[in-house]
Write a protein that binds this ligand. Structure first.
Ligand code: HEM
Ligand code: HEM
Ligand code: FE2
Length: 475
């Protein structure tokens, strides 16, 4: 791949994007494995147990999304700041350090898998906090790489030009990197441990990641639809204010049942119920801009994925989150497949989509073109099918999981009174089992979508566009 015509930040972004997509593939592979283990509990038992496949599935997700975000920021950095990236060499070094660390961590997860509950295990094998299980040494490495990234970004904007988008972005990165540290404390008290761990998980995905994708969306809409900067910046400020206003104390919806004081029931219920408001603003914003521009842009795949993001974020996080966020409801749904239903639609809808959009924005430039026209030689069937299969696959999984979760809430919790017997009655109920089967069917559809997506990203725009063919015909 010849990428010499790209600027320094973009070159580094390409590296991040490639690793992101490889890890996306790994996420799906391990998702398929853990889903199969629900149906065939003996599958790979003693070799790769469910706890291992699940750990790799969700950690690969967090890491590929971070790679996607970092890549996107490096991609837009020089253009937005109108100057060269400061400390690019250091940034490149950071990429290699991070990638080596991720590789070692994954290998340890797969080969060593676990250890006794002592300091050695925590430092070198697994820290045991869902989604951020990486051992302590890697945590420290990640923080160092994030600091380098932050230095690149802030120093570049400081040398070049600030804008509304870059200001919000830079402040957000401080918060994003800072709260990661909250997931590193060790305390033998499990309530306290969970209390801090949610600072990372909830405050990441419902505050700092949302703000970050707000910035990417603003930039993406300018890029793809040529929306006016003033308009996107105004929306961005509104969204950010609403997001922090509701998302910070919305944290309380994870403090209902972990041994934290009872006032969290009220605080969490109230503020998290407000969390969908900024997400509505984000959809309105995207639909408004697209409407004003009559959906005419220079990059149809990117535009389609930006729209998928606006709706996916609204439904996955806003609607699916709202469904179980009041303590009166969460009492029954907590920790069932209902949560997994929301988790899948939210992470895919809010984050996978926008990173895919950002990569599609980058692809034509990487191939030395201005955009992706509608006259692709293959008619664009690959990107369209990838879009359809991925979205339908994830929505299908979401519905299958919701049915299983509904059944659990009803039979295990409401009827069975959260007893051991209730749990097992729910687990073998046909509705539960069928939900798990349908999850696999739609999971395979999702996986087919990924294969097509990767194929398309590797090939789109490589062949000469069909207008060249037209020219030869007419001459
Ligand atoms: C893009 C943003 C979001 C993402 C990626 C996301 C993802 C997730 C995930 C993965 C879980 C399961 C955590 C676990 O393993 O225990 C979860 C739990 C939860 N989410 Fe979200 N979420 C988002 C936004 C929201 C919003 C806006 C709301 C409320 C309106 C919400 C409400 C909840 C609640 C109440 C739980 C706890 C479920 C339980 O009790 O088991 N989420 N979320
Ligand atoms: C091939 C498709 C997929 C399959 C078969 C699959 C399967 C699974 C399974 C079996 C679990 C464990 C659930 C449990 O502990 O009960 C899981 C968890 C999870 N998966 Fe997937 N997955 C797939 C794709 C995805 C995608 C595309 C995303 C998001 C981009 C995703 C995000 C998650 C999250 C956030 C969790 C944790 C949910 C929670 O703790 O409630 N998965 N997945
Ligand atoms: Fe949350």
């Amino acid at each position: 791949m010849n990428i010499n015509h790209l600027n320094g930040g973009q070159k580094l972004a390409v590296k991040y994007y490639i690793v992101a997509m490889v890890l996306f593939g790994a996420q799906i592979l391990f998702g398929l494995l853990s889903g199969m283990q629900y149906l065939y509990p003996k599958l790979l038992f003693g070799i790769l147990d469910f706890n291992v496949t699940r750990t790799v599935h969700i950690n690969a997700m967090i890491v590929w999304m971070l790679y996607g975000f970092i890549g996107s920021v490096y991609w837009l950095l020089e253009e937005e700041s109108e100057t060269e990236v400061v400390g690019l060499k250091l940034g490149t070094l950071g990429f290699w350090v991070l990638t080596s660390a991720v590789t070692v961590v994954v290998l340890v997860f797969l080969l060593v898998q676990g250890g006794p509950g002592d300091d050695f295990t925590r430092w070198f094998i697994n820290e045991g906090r869902e989604y951020i299980e990486a051992p302590r040494w890697a945590d420290i490495g990640i923080v160092v790489c994030m600091l380098i990234f932050f230095y690149n970004v802030s120093a570049t904007f400081m040398k070049g030009k600030w804008s509304g988008i870059s200001g919000v972005l830079t402040l957000d990165l401080v918060a994003l990197a800072g709260i990661y540290i909250a997931g590193m404390f060790y305390t033998p008290n499990i309530s306290m441990d969970q209390y801090w761990w949610w600072w990372v998980i909830h405050l990441w995905v419902e505050a700092t990641w949302e703000v970050l994708v707000g910035c990417l969306m603003a930039w993406g809409l300018m890029k793809v639809l040529k929306v006016d900067r003033k308009i996107v910046t105004t929306w961005l400020y509104i969204e950010v204010a609403l997001m922090f206003g509701s998302g910070i104390l919305g944290l309380g919806h994870h403090y209902f049942w972990i041994g934290t004081p009872e006032y969290w029931l009220t605080i969490g219920g109230f503020f998290s119920a407000l969390e969908p408001v900024p997400l509505v603003a984000m959809v309105v914003h995207a639909v408004y801009d697209s409407g004003v521009r009559h959906m005419k842009g220079n990059n149809n795949p990117a535009l389609a994925w930006l729209i998928a993001h606006a709706f996916g974020n609204f439904f996955g996080a806003g609607v699916w989150g709202f469904m179980h966020t009041l303590p009166q409801i969460n009492l029954y749904t907590h920790g069932t497949q209902w949560s997994a239903s929301h988790g899948h639609l939210a992470f895919f809808g809010a984050y996978a989509t926008i990173i895919i959009a950002m990569i599609y924005i980058a692809v034509p430039y990487i191939r030395g073109q201005e955009g992706i026209g509608s006259n692709l030689p293959d008619g664009g069937w690959k990107w369209k099918w990838a879009l359809g299969l991925l979205n339908m696959g994830v929505v299908g999984m979401t519905i299958a999981l919701l049915i299983s979760g509904y059944e659990q809430s009803f039979i295990e919790r409401a009827v069975g009174g959260s007893t051991w017997l209730g749990y097992f009655t729910a687990q073998i109920h046909p509705w539960f089992v069928q939900g798990m089967e349908w999850r696999m069917i739609f999971g395979v559809m999702t996986a087919a979508g990924i294969v097509l997506l990767l194929w398309d990203l590797l090939t789109i725009g490589k062949e000469p566009a069909s207008n060249q063919k037209l020219q030869t015909k007419s001459s």
